[in-house]
Ligand binder design. Sequence first.
Ligand SMILES: *Cc1c(COP(=O)(O)O)cnc(C)c1O
Length: 378
Amino acid sequence: MQDKIWLSSPHMGGTELKYVNEAFAANWVAPLGPNVDGFEKDLETYLNADVKVGALSAGTAALHLALIQCGVEYGDEVICQSMTFSASANPITYCGATPIFVDSEKDTWNMCPVALEEAIQDRISKGKKPKAIIVVHLYGMPAKMDEITAIAEKYEIPIIEDAAEALGSTYKGKACGTFGRFGILSFNGNKIITTSGGGALVCHTQEDKDQAVFLSTQARDNAPHYQHSHIGYNYRMSNIVAGIGRGQMEVLHDRVEARRKMHHFYVDIFSNIDGVEVFSEPSEDFYSNHWLSAILVDAIKTGKTREDLRLAFLEDNIESRPLWKPMHMQPIFADAPYYGKDVAEKLFDNGLCLPSGSNLSDDDRARIKKVITDFFIK
Ligand SMILES: *Cc1c(COP(=O)(O)O)cnc(C)c1O
C-alpha cells in the first residue's frame, strides 16, 4: 500500500520548537506567558485592521465566548449558516439558545443574504429577534460580507464571523475575521496553520478582549483571595502551544500560497473534464486561502457521482471527503427552524473536498492526478 495522502495535515515551519524551548527554559509552562502575548501580537499585525486578539484553547471556545459577550442567554435565538461544521452551531446550545439555520447561496457556498433576511423577519414576526448571526467563510471562501453586513445593520443584530477556515482570506482587501462584532479563528491540527489545538477571538475594542480573557481564565474578580461575580471558563491558550503558533505565523504566507497552488492544480486538471466544477472565487472581491479545494460533480453530465470518486481515491489510499453535511439535516438539530431552499443540500449531495495540504509533494500530486484522469477519462 502506498503512503496515505491526507486531506489536510499539520505542516511545521521549523522555528516552532525554538519558541517552545524558550517557554521551557523560562518555566512559562502555563496558560499565560510571552508566547501567548507574542502570538496575539503576530495575529493582530497579520489581520492588519486595528483588532485586539485573545488566544484561546479552541475556535469552539472562542465562539462560545463571542455568543456570551453578545449577550446570548437561555431561551434566545441565534442565526447560523447551515452549511458548516457542527462547531459553528454547538456553542449556541451551550448558552441554552436555539439555532436558526439559514441556507447558502451558490457563489460562495456561504450564508444566503436573501434567506437571512427572510429568517430575521419571520423570527421577529414570531416574537423573538435573533441575538446574533454566525456567518462562516467555508473552506476559506469569504462570504458576501457587504450584503450580510447591510442586513445585520438594518436589524441591529451583531455578526459573529466564523473564520476558523479562513485565516489568510480577504474580502475587498480586508481580512476575514475582522468584519463582525467578533471573529473567531481555529488552529486545530487540520487548519491552514496549527498549534495542535487552539483558537482565537478577534475583537475590536480592548474592553471586549479584556472581557474575553477574564471569562476564559475563570472570571476571577480583582481581590487577593478567589472572588467571583460571574461564571468563568477555562478557555485560555497554553504558553506551550502558543509557541507553536508563533513559529507557524512565520510561514503563514507560504502556507496560503501553497494552498492556492493546490487550487490551481485542480482547476488545471478539471478544465478538461466536462461536468466538474472547481469551487472558485466569484470575483476579484473575494480572495480565498483555499484551505480545502472542493469540486461539484454533475452526475448527469459525467455519469459518475462524488461518492464513486471518493471510493476511487480511497482505493489508492488518498483521503477525500464529502462537503459538510448541513446542520438542518443533522439528527441532533432536526427540530431547529430552517430558512432557505435546497442549495446547501445539493452542495452536500454533489460536493467533494480534495487533498489540499501545503505539504503535498509533486509525487503526491501525480498520484492524485492519475486517479482523477483514470476515473473520468479512461
Ligand atoms: C475547525 C472549525 C471550528 C472549530 O474550531 P476548533 O479550534 O476545532 O474548536 C469552527 N468552525 C469551523 C467552520 C471549523 O472548521
